[in-house]
Ligand binder design. Structure first.
Ligand SMILES: O=C(O)CCc1c2[nH]c(c1CC(=O)O)Cc1[nH]c(c(CC(=O)O)c1CCC(=O)O)Cc1[nH]c(c(CC(=O)O)c1CCC(=O)O)Cc1[nH]c(c(CCC(=O)O)c1CC(=O)O)C2
Length: 366
């Protein structure tokens, strides 16, 4: 039985456990599907709800996060929900000011410039105090979901968060953050380690609050080369999974973890041997080669080009069919290769979900 606050998770309690089964490589009647950024601006009801409210204020309201998480599930038969929040709540918890500026995106008025600035960060973060609002949102959403589908919690990965903290916002080159890697490798490792410690506690808190799976977003893997990835990203991704899993094992819990290193195709083999059950893929990887390169060691998630949702519905259906044939229907979770864009037509998102369900059922009957 599910105990609020304790987060004891029983699969039997779920009405639809296809997502969790697929994470563990078990057979399912249909391939489960969800979309990154499914709770987002492409939905008119999201835009209406968010209108006039500050983004991070919204993130700090458990009731608002719960409502936004549930919105897409009222429209589409997604097989999982992902808690509405943002990866940048961690730099905030470490003492940095982060604002969401309309038309510009996340902005840090005082980004980290030099290694001395690390002294300005909170050395020890009490996640219950600083991020308890996310935990409350998760518990409330678990209750409201009432076992309809599992709830995914998430975090940004250390390198991606470090990049934001130094760049002060989005960037095309990430040259300020990469400058640290080449010029201040020790300070870089210090920051990555600080972030890892907070992330581990944050993910454990999400599970205690009721999250039934966890996704780690290394969204800026692509601006690292294979050598830098090996040194500054992969060890921390591995550390996170190992530490979270070790802790959960002690309390007899088993929560699947997904690693999504966008544009990190060079790291695919390593990512499939990093203690994650699932590796998320962007659309630059061919499904069959991803299967070969990961050797059946993990389940895979992804990877339709989000822009394929601009195609007519019949074309979306064809693309989905090819994708399913490439990945196969077992140990596979359908998703996009990255998040939905604000100008996407909700009807086409519905067509994507339906195509995954219909084609995968047919393929399973063959
Ligand atoms: O476009 C903008 O103005 C700022 C968008 C932005 C945000 N965080 C950010 C970015 C940078 C970026 O995505 O490139 C920064 C951000 N947030 C996130 C990521 C990870 C990623 O997408 O690769 C990133 C990094 C993306 C990158 O830099 O490549 C994660 C995120 N944001 C969010 C969610 C939650 C959710 O979708 O349920 C999630 C995670 C789960 C998921 O993918 O579903 C929600 C979010 N954050 C944000 C927004 C838009 C602002 C609003 O509603 O007023 C929204 C809603 C939406 O996408 O429509 C703000």
């Amino acid at each position: 039985k599910y105990c609020p606050g304790l987060g004891l998770v029983h699969k039997a309690f779920l009405k639809n456990d296809t997502f969790l089964c697929a994470c563990h490589g078990q057979e399912t009647n249909h391939v489960p599907v969800w979309c990154m950024r499914q709770a987002g601006r492409y939905l008119p009801e999201f835009r209406e709800f968010r209108a006039g409210k500050d983004f991070f204020e919204t993130c700090r309201s458990p009731a608002a996060c719960c409502e936004l998480t549930l919105q897409p599930l009222r429209r589409f038969p997604f097989d999982a929900a992902i808690i509405f929040s943002d990866i940048l709540v961690i730099p905030q918890a470490m003492g940095m000011d982060v604002q969401m500026v309309a038309g510009k995106g996340p902005t840090f008025p005082e980004p980290l410039k030099e290694p001395e600035d690390l002294l300005l960060l909170q050395p020890k973060v009490d996640v219950n105090k600083e991020l308890g609002y996310v935990f409350k949102a998760i518990t409330l959403t678990r209750h409201k979901l009432d076992g309809k589908v599992p709830l995914i919690g998430f975090t940004g990965a250390p390198w991606t968060l470090m990049a934001y903290m130094i760049e002060g916002g989005g960037s095309t080159t990430h040259s300020k953050a990469k400058r640290w890697l080449y010029r201040h490798p020790e300070a870089s490792h210090k920051l990555l380690k600080m972030l890892t410690d907070v992330i581990v506690e944050y993910l454990l808190g999400q599970v205690a609050a009721g999250a039934q799976a966890l996704q780690v977003f290394e969204s800026h893997a692509g601006c690292l080369g294979p050598v830098e990835f090996q040194e500054f990203s992969l060890p921390y991704l591995r550390d996170i999974a190992r530490k979270v899993k070790d802790q959960l094992k002690e309390s007899g819990q088993d929560v699947p973890m997904i690693v999504f290193a966008k544009d990190g195709h060079y790291g695919l083999e390593d990512l499939s041997q990093s203690h994650y059950e699932v590796v998320g893929l962007d659309w630059t990887i061919d499904p069959r080669s991803a299967r070969e390169r990961t050797g059946g060691k993990v389940s895979l998630q992804g990877n339709m080009d989000p822009c394929a949702l601009y195609a007519p519905k019949e074309r979306i259906s064809e693309i989905v069919k090819k994708m399913l044939e490439g990945f196969g229907t077992r140990g596979y979770i359908a998703n996009l290769g990255h998040g939905l864009y604000p100008d996407m037509d909700p009807e086409n998102v519905g067509a994507f979900v339906e195509a995954v369900h219909t084609h995968s059922r047919h393929l399973n009957l063959k």
